[in-house]
Write a protein that binds this ligand. Structure first.
Ligand code: NAD
Length: 430
């Protein structure tokens, strides 16, 4: 083989690896496959492969030391044929335009899967909230709302919490929007504190949705959840509540992790102690000496693995070493397409992110409905409604995967994209 051919092959391989890790590219790839399977022409793909609207904003913030720092933020609206767009706002140093675009498409898919009357939206600000004071975060949150106020609103686009944003940030954003519009607008944003119109059960909704998916998945695999060994990557909002729910269900949580590392005990970790000691950023492992790495955690011998931290964690490099027979994606995009193929070929049941983590947006929808009607439900009512939506969504996708002989990810995309494609057709857009 000539040097030129070798170099060109290496470049192709590197390009493939890069594309596989690119969430936006992978999303478009699966959307195209799903639309083709559903019999849509390429025109529909042309409409749905990109968000209809993307706003980039620059937000000047007066820092505590008197200097002004200018932050970059985004708001992406994938498609509003079904209804207003909906999706979280992420505060993270790694936020970028492509990621926000991909996440907004996933929100369309999640809303399609759970049959909510929304399209997908997503926002993000490039910042490191761990290095900012409380008041700096308030100024940044308010500045972001002022910058995007023209394209958002209770009947246009409804933000929510995501990575490193919480109910306090939602409260500042709602207050800023209400001041701009000169009327109280609780339905502008979800994930608010209860006293400001938040919903019972919203805080735990994502983890509860993941739990329901695990309960359904173990039935399909013939595994008893009592005593099943569970490993969870990430101990934030999604991961920590999930650990609690798994522990309460009688499963043995044998490994958890955060950004600094992971801890492992084959006899089961003391979840209540860890919950008590974790900080508001979902970190706890610094308290321990015998830690392992996040990569080692993913490859632990267990029955159920739940990536609940960040994207691109299970790749072609480690997929063959994953020992779990069920992988449930609580995080957005933790498994690459190549890894999905490897796991599926090995008989691992992979419950994809757009299904597994749809509990958050489902209860966000319940919050918006309660805000609109001014009548509030009990936690039991919320959990009961969430449970029905998640069980029905899981079964629909599982049956689609069996009928069409496709993996659960493609099945979820087929179910998720159908509603927005039909709505776009009826509106005469395509
Ligand atoms: P969070 O900010 O509350 O917690 C994130 C956790 O991941 C923390 O424990 C953090 O230490 C850990 N982490 C961060 N960087 C890491 C790294 N490089 N390696 C290993 N661990 C790392 O976030 P969250 O709300 O729990 O969200 C976690 C994932 O779930 C994200 O992908 C998010 O998009 C997804 N998700 C969350 C919700 C929700 O309602 N919270 C809804 C849908 C999807």
């Amino acid at each position: 083989m000539s040097i030129t051919t070798l170099l060109s092959e290496m470049t192709n391989k590197q390009q493939e690896e890069k594309e596989s890790l690119n969430l936006f590219f992978s999303t478009q790839t699966v959307i195209q496959k799903a639309l083709t399977k559903l019999g849509y022409k390429n025109e529909m793909y042309e409409l749905l492969k990109e968000p209809i609207r993307l706003l980039t904003v620059r937000i000047p913030v007066r820092m505590d030391d008197g200097t002004v720092k200018v932050f970059t933020g985004y708001r992406s609206q994938h498609n509003d044929a079904v209804g207003p767009t909906k999706g979280g706002v992420r505060f993270h140093p790694d936020v970028d335009e492509e990621e926000v675009k991909a996440l907004s498409i996933w929100m369309t898919l999640k809303c399609g899967i759970t049959n909510l009357p929304y399209g997908g939206g997503k926002g993000g600000i490039i910042c490191d909230p761990r290095k900012m004071s409380f008041r700096e975060l308030e100024r940044l949150s308010r500045g972001y709302v002022r910058a995007i106020s023209q394209i958002v609103g209770p009947t246009k686009d409804i933000p929510a919490p995501d990575v490193y944003t919480n109910s306090q940030i939602m409260a500042w954003m709602m207050d800023e929007y209400s001041r701009l519009r000169e009327f109280d607008s609780p339905g502008f944003i979800t994930g608010k504190p209860i006293v400001l119109g938040g919903s019972q059960g919203r805080e735990t909704a994502t983890a509860r949705g993941v739990t329901i998916c695990i309960e359904e998945a173990v039935k399909k695999k013939g595994i008893n959840l009592q005593g099943a060994r569970v490993v969870i990557q990430g101990f934030g909002n999604a991961g920590s509540y999930l650990a609690k729910f798994m522990h309460d269900a009688g499963a043995k949580v044998i490994g958890i992790s955060d950004v600094y590392g992971a801890i492992h005990d084959p006899n089961g970790l003391d979840i209540d102690y860890l919950l008590d000691r974790r900080d508001s950023f979902g970190t706890v492992t610094q308290l321990f000496k015998d830690t392992i790495t996040n990569q080692e955690l993913l490859e632990l011998d267990c029955d159920i693995l739940v990536p609940a931290a960040i994207s691109n964690q299970i790749t072609a490099k480690n997929a063959a070493n994953i020992k779990a027979s069920i992988v449930v994606e609580a995080a957005n995009g933790p498994t690459t397409l190549e890894a999905t193929k490897i796991l599926t070929e090995r008989g691992v049941l992979l419950v994809p992110d757009i299904l597994a983590s749809a509990g958050g947006v489902t209860v966000s929808y319940f919050e918006w409905v309660q805000n609109n009607q001014g009548y509030y439900w009990t936690e039991e009512e919320v959990n009961d409604k969430l449970s029905k939506v998640m069980i029905c969504s899981f079964e629909n996708i599982y049956q689609t995967s069996q009928t069409h002989q496709v993996d659960m990810r493609l099945a979820a995309y087929m179910v998720g994209i159908r509603k927005v494609a039909e709505a776009s057709s009826f509106r005469g857009w395509v």
